[in-house]
Write a protein that binds this ligand. Structure first.
Ligand code: FAD
Length: 443
């Protein structure tokens, strides 16, 4: 396999398999795979060539971006080719005056942010591992982040996609037009498809002028009830916060702050607009608050980015889920996360995107504690059932991937599941593109 692929794509584009390409951010949960070869094409056309070879030879192909996924989506289940996009980093176009750009899929998310900023523009999607995740991976998972509350998740910013599809051809759906109702919306179908329908090679993005100022306010509360009431108070105020986050008391303690349940809201705009909005947000958050602070945005988001690591450090591992519920059920979801953990003999905490009702419910367990990891997997199942009971979804950000494959059956009924599987068959009749991932029903 490696010899033939090298003949087609060049010696340096094909590597022997190694652990780095056989795992992702779920490695701490014991998820590891096995590949036969790693292909790192340097040109989009070579992605289609590699896919054509895999399709002709019945070899599974697993698309891979930065490997930061929390669903095991980039992990090869049982051999085949891992196709990484890390050499596809070209800036194909950047038009500051027209607020748009086309980047290749392997460009790290942080580079997209900086390139936009250098042109006076703003690309709002800000998933937590931005220095390591790739734009193509963000598209494939429809990644969110704190500022998705006002600005929407990754797909909201994608106007077109270049994708290698079976049996081995590059197609382009959408482009730089801002409106397009010609045909079924294939662009949206690829967004969030977790590498199961095709391999994204380039992304057309719309951007917006960068806000002059970002001014956060941080409020602490004695309990979950008071904090969630404050989140609903922000909604009720009609104020347009750019981000609306929460961290429960146990998460705050893990991050070195004994301030109790905490809510973060951020105001964006011109310096004057943002200052006015922050005061109004502080007023909305004040009821029931034990303290209010106005930290600098950069320092706050840097600290917030380290929270997951601080929680992991408590036991040397964790199982983190990402259910989403309607915002008025957030309190119940937060409180029952801890109850579910206790039922399985595990300490639990949560934090997340309060305004989007999206929780990172987390069970603390050491990475080598196999019985503990099994109990955490059972707890994750109970959490998924809770999400559906509360009218929500088993995954709001990270996707079904391998870990949650089949869990969609908790959420959708019979014919909807059939249609989900029919879409997969239409794009990938041989089931070779990321097989075993994002399955509607358990395999
Ligand atoms: P990978 O992990 O490499 O792959 C993810 C999935 O996308 C796989 O199914 C893979 O097959 C597919 N894929 C990758 N590239 C392509 C491509 N070019 N074409 C087709 N399919 C492809 N996620 C959030 O949404 N919000 C957050 O705030 C957030 N915070 C995080 C914080 C940390 C510390 C970590 C480790 C992860 C976090 N994540 C978050 C999860 C993760 O970063 C996102 O899911 C991210 O979008 C994955 O991008 P990636 O390039 O690493 O993709």
């Amino acid at each position: 396999m490696i010899r033939e692929l090298r003949t087609l794509l060049g010696h340096d584009a094909v590597l022997e398999p190694s652990a780095a390409y056989e795992q992702d951010a779920t490695e701490g949960r014991g998820v590891r795979g096995r590949a036969d070869a790693v292909v790192l094409p340097g040109r989009a056309a070579d992605v289609a060539t590699a896919l054509a070879w895999c399709y002709e030879h019945d070899v599974p192909v697993v698309p891979r971006g930065g490997g930061t996924g929390y669903a095991g989506g980039a992990v090869p289940c049982d051999g085949g080719v891992v196709l990484g996009t890390e050499r596809l980093r070209a800036v194909r176009s950047l038009d500051p005056l027209l607020w748009r750009a086309t980047f290749e899929a392997g460009l790290p998310t942080g580079h997209v942010h900086r390139l936009a900023r250098e042109s006076g523009l703003y690309y709002p999607p800000d998933p937590g591992a931005a220095e390591a995740s790739h734009l193509g991976g963000n598209v494939a998972t429809n990644a969110g982040g704190p500022h998705a509350f006002l600005h929407g998740v990754t797909g909201h910013w994608v106007t077109g996609l270049e994708v290698a599809v079976a049996p081995g051809e590059l197609i382009h759906v959408g482009g730089h037009t801002r409106k397009d109702v010609g045909g079924y919306d294939l662009r949206s179908l690829f967004v969030g498809s977790e590498g199961t329908l095709g391999i994204v090679t380039a992304v057309d993005l719309r951007l917006i002028p960068a806000p002059e100022a970002a001014l956060p306010v941080v409020a602490s509360y004695p309990d979950v009830a008071a904090g969630c009431a404050a989140v609903e108070a922000v909604y009720g105020s009609g104020l347009r916060a750019a981000a609306l986050e929460y961290l429960d008391a146990a998460t705050m303690a893990a991050a070195g702050q004994d301030t109790g349940f905490t809510v973060i809201a951020e105001a964006q705009g011109t310096v004057e607009e943002a200052a006015r909005l922050r005061s109004a947000l502080a007023e909305a958050l004040a009821e029931g608050a034990s303290s209010l602070q106005e930290p600098a945005a950069d320092a706050l988001w840097r600290w917030r980015g380290g929270v997951s690591i601080a929680v992991t450090a408590l036991r040397g591992g964790k199982v983190s889920e990402d259910i989403a519920v309607p915002v008025d059920r957030l309190r119940e979801a937060i409180e029952r996360t801890v109850e579910i953990g206790a039922h399985h003999g595990l300490d639990a905490c949560s934090w997340g995107h309060a305004g989007d009702g999206n929780l990172h419910s987390t069970f603390l367990v050491a990475r080598d504690d196999l019985p503990g990891l099994e109990r955490a997997a059972a707890a994750a199942g109970d959490l998924h059932a809770l999400a559906v009971e509360l009218g929500g979804t088993v995954t709001g950000e990270h996707g079904l991937g391998l870990l949650r494959s089949g869990e969609l059956a908790r959420q959708w009924g019979g014919r909807a599941l059939d249609l989900h599987e029919a879409v997969k068959r239409a794009f990938d009749p041989k089931d070779l593109i990321n097989p075993g991932k994002k399955r509607a029903r358990a395999c």
